[in-house]
Design a protein around this ligand. Structure first.
Ligand SMILES: [Zn+2]
Length: 51
């Protein structure tokens, strides 16, 4: 499975998280709390889906 360069468009069930420390972005359907790289707190930057 190829990894897209920009993971921003997540799956419908996934949320987009960003590490404010290193800028790493991560798509996950599960809650992500810490950056796998630097272990800083990840922020959920997903925009709410319009109803
Ligand atoms: Zn990080």
């Amino acid at each position: 499975m190829p990894t897209p360069a920009d993971p921003a468009p997540c799956d419908e069930d996934a949320q987009l998280y960003e590490c404010p420390a290193c800028g790493k972005r991560l798509c996950s359907a599960e809650k992500v709390t810490t950056c796998p790289g630097c272990h800083e707190m990840m922020q959920n930057i997903s925009t709410p889906r319009p109803e």
